[in-house]
Design a protein around this ligand. Structure first.
Ligand code: FPP
Length: 246
């Protein structure tokens, strides 16, 4: 457990929390029970990442496509989210965690948005880890929206097209101001990105585990971090070049 190198922690960890439904089905339980168990894994992961000094944790909690799930499941997930956000603020305060959301917030029920606004306001002064929930989030939509907003600024004359750079475009994304993820974890054995942070994951290390999200605990998190710490990140350079840079 303690073999992790504190100086080699990812600055930004992103997680696709998958497999709640399968976890429940394997136990003859309703899917929502899997999501409830998933909340416990969220709680433990947030606490441990903050303890380990990870600066940014981004969790894919509800995709733009998840609205197409059965109405009862969507309603249950929204109720869980509302309850989670409300009940976690005291813990976020204790752990100096700042809260944020990326995604199409206008799609969310007003009552969920109220909890989000409240949690953002109450944790705004915290200086530790930024916990970001991706809610009603889709990366292609995010990129298209950024392009539209940038075009609008160009038409309005506040942006000169000659100065448009990757950095400027980046600032129009929901994640503007947040560094790109260093590590992406996806649980439940699926090896897909599923429209999550497509722009931001350009040089991210990917880690896939067969463990379903409700069973993703501290030991599994440490395994993923250990694996990450043993990798050589080259960003398009050669190993020899990296040795010279070091
Ligand atoms: C994927 O499992 C998970 C989701 C669509 C929702 C994730 C939600 C939680 C972990 C609980 C609520 C979150 C927070 C932050 C409080 P799945 O349902 O797609 O599983 P399956 O692929 O096995 O069906």
């Amino acid at each position: 457990m303690n073999r992790l190198k504190p100086d080699k922690m990812p600055r930004h960890l992103a997680i696709i929390m998958d497999g709640n439904g399968r976890w429940a089905k394997q136990r003859m339980l309703q899917r929502i029970v899997g999501h409830q168990k998933g909340v416990e894994a969220v709680r433990a992961t947030v606490e441990e990442c903050s303890r380990l000094g990870i600066g940014f944790l981004t969790l894919f909690a509800f995709s733009a496509e998840n609205w197409l799930r059965p109405k009862t499941e969507v309603q249950a997930l929204m109720a869980l989210l509302k309850k989670y956000i409300r009940s976690e603020v005291p813990r976020m305060m204790r752990n100096n965690v700042r809260f944020g959301v990326i995604g199409n917030r206008e799609d969310l029920p007003a009552s969920v948005n109220r909890e989000i606004d409240d949690a953002i306001a109450r944790t705004a002064g915290n200086t530790g880890m930024l916990l970001t929930l991706a809610l009603s989030y889709g990366s292609r939509q995010e990129i298209a929206r950024a392009a539209v907003r940038l075009a609008a600024d160009a038409v309005a004359g506040t942006v000169d097209l000659a100065t448009v750079s990757e950095e400027l475009f980046n600032s129009y994304l929901f994640t503007g101001g947040i560094p790109d993820p260093d590590l992406l974890i996806r649980t439940s054995g699926e090896m897909r990105i599923s429209n999550f942070l497509l722009w931001q994951l350009a040089y991210t290390e990917l880690y896939f585990t067969d463990v379903n999200w409700p069973e993703f605990d501290r030991t599994e998190l440490h395994k993923a971090l250990k694996d990450y710490q043993e990798r050589e990140r080259r960003f398009g350079l050669t190993s020899d070049q990296l040795r010279v840079c070091r």
